[in-house]
Design a protein around this ligand. Structure first.
Ligand code: HEC
Ligand code: HEC
Length: 147
């Protein structure tokens, strides 16, 4: 009886591991089979020229980065973006102060410095290159933002 149970247990674990593999589907991405040429921006794309801040498409949009960010490192110890955008630097650098919303934690506590959930700026703010859009898009800016 014990032997039978062991066999059964072995068989069950085999099914659990191998069945999903057999069912695996081939994934189809929205951009079809065209591969991304590399991490944008990379040597495959050209940076757009630095310019004035870009118009926003909806009120809560993280503003696009209107300048190149080549070599701007963000590590545990140092954040290149804050080198210009932190409140104590903007008078000298002419950069926009990070938004006041960036000091609030997930739990709603206001910190005296940037909140960890806003530390990795490029999670939300993206620089501009000459990369073509991967998929079509019919988005129209919010009424309140159209001149
Ligand atoms: C050398 C200084 C400097 C560094 C470093 C820097 N910026 Fe900037 N940034 C600026 C300046 C100057 C502006 C333009 C301000 C203006 O013209 O009103 C700007 C504009 C922006 C804007 C547009 C703000 C708006 O209201 O539309 C965003 C977003 C931004 N930067 C994000 C970043 C991020 C993210 C990084 C790091 C990857 C970064 N910046 C690094 C100087 C800097
Ligand atoms: C989780 C997304 C997210 C992250 C991460 C983030 N931001 Fe933002 N940022 C936003 C959004 C959304 C806005 C516009 C609404 C607002 O002000 O909160 C914004 C606004 C801004 C503005 C414009 C402020 C103004 O007064 O117009 C600047 C400058 C900026 N962010 C810089 C940064 C920098 C520098 C970092 C990294 C230290 C960063 N952000 C990280 C989402 C983010």
């Amino acid at each position: 009886m014990k032997k039978l149970m062991t066999m059964l247990a072995l068989f069950m674990s085999f099914c659990m591991v191998c069945a999903p593999m057999a069912q695996a589907e081939t994934m189809k991405s929205l951009r079809g089979s065209e591969a991304v040429k590399g991490d944008a921006p990379s040597e495959n794309y050209r940076w757009e020229k630095d310019r004035k801040p870009l118009p926003r498409q909806f009120v809560q949009q993280p503003p696009l980065i209107p300048h190149t960010t080549k070599g701007y490192l963000i590590t545990k110890e140092f954040n290149k973006c804050l080198d210009c955008h932190s409140w104590d630097r903007t008078a000298d650098t002419g950069a926009t102060k990070v938004s006041i919303t960036h000091f609030k934690t997930r739990g709603g506590t206001e910190l005296t410095n940037i909140s960890p959930r806003r530390y990795f700026c490029q999670q939300c703010h993206v620089p501009q290159t000459d990369a073509k859009p991967l998929v079509g898009n019919t988005f129209k800016p919010a009424d309140g933002l159209v001149k």
